[in-house]
Design a protein around this ligand. Structure first.
Ligand code: GLP
Length: 256
């Protein structure tokens, strides 16, 4: 595990975007796993900038998003499909057919999950998975649990996630209670993972996840077992971490 500590959110975003951009430059046919939430927004802005100003080419890229709320369609402003269009997909040269988000309006969500996994498998799996983390340690919508669920599946969201995500809705009652999420197998089989965490509020949870026991009760802790994960934290998120030997400080900090 490599841990990059960036001085702030902007630098964290730039670091994460540079890793994603390098991957696309090395392999134009990259299969990217994408995440929603406020944390990756800055990285998406930087990728759009590189598309506009540096010719970063998304023409042969496929993307798979981690998750989607059940009950929200592509035209709902809080759906993750809408989020991705707004922050990334509508600004770059990506073929709409190659941008995959689970269908929150699927008549048969279980079947949608199976088809999503099949599609990922057919394209050879995820080359690079971008991950954020919920305040309770969830990745995708894999909530704290007693077991790891391997496949893409339907989940019941926890009260803490409903509360945390309600800031994007008019009120808590509007937050869907269920979602479709990629399971741990797809995430752990991604050839490379970038895990981005920002802010003091998540500093204790991220420390637990990366330095504590590996347990489905803290879903992000499974990343300790991934063979190629780059963690990009800002200083606030890294403030509780003890394993300082693993840190790669950014140029700015090294040369201070
Ligand atoms: C949602 C998403 C997660 C994301 C999390 C954190 O619950 N399903 O994939 O990591 O939000 O969001 P934020 O980055 O806004 O804290």
């Amino acid at each position: 595990m490599r841990i990059i500590v960036a001085k702030d959110y902007a630098e964290m975003s730039k670091r994460a975007a540079d890793i994603i951009a390098s991957q696309i430059r090395i392999n134009a046919h990259t299969v990217l796993g994408l995440a929603t939430g406020s944390t990756p927004v800055g990285a998406y802005e930087e990728l759009v900038r590189q598309y506009n100003e540096e010719g970063l080419n998304f023409g042969n890229v496929d993307t798979f998003n981690l998750d989607e709320y059940i009950g929200l369609g592509a035209d709902h402003p809080q759906s993750y499909r809408y989020f991705m269009d707004e922050h990334l997909l509508s600004h770059i040269n990506m073929d709409a057919d190659r941008a995959h988000v689970p269908d929150g309006l699927a008549q048969n969500p279980e079947q949608e999950c199976e088809e999503y996994d099949r599609l990922i498998r057919d394209l050879g799996g995820v080359d690079l998975q971008l991950l954020g983390m919920g305040g309770n340690g969830h990745i995708g919508f894999n909530e704290p649990n007693d077991i790891y669920t391997a496949e893409t599946h339907v989940v019941n969201l926890t009260e803490s996630t409903i509360k945390a995500n309600s800031i994007y809705f008019n009120n808590e009652n509007e937050v869907p209670r269920q979602a479709i999420t990629m399971g741990f197998r797809t995430i752990m089989q991604a050839k490379k993972v970038i895990f981005v965490v920002s802010g003091k509020a998540k500093s204790k949870v991220v420390k637990e996840a990366l330095e504590g026991p590996i347990t489905p009760k803290l879903p992000a802790s499974i990343l300790q077992l991934h063979h190629d994960v780059i963690v990009v934290l800002d200083q606030d998120a890294a403030s509780e971490m003890k394993l300082k030997d693993n840190f790669i400080m950014t140029d700015d900090q090294l040369f201070r």
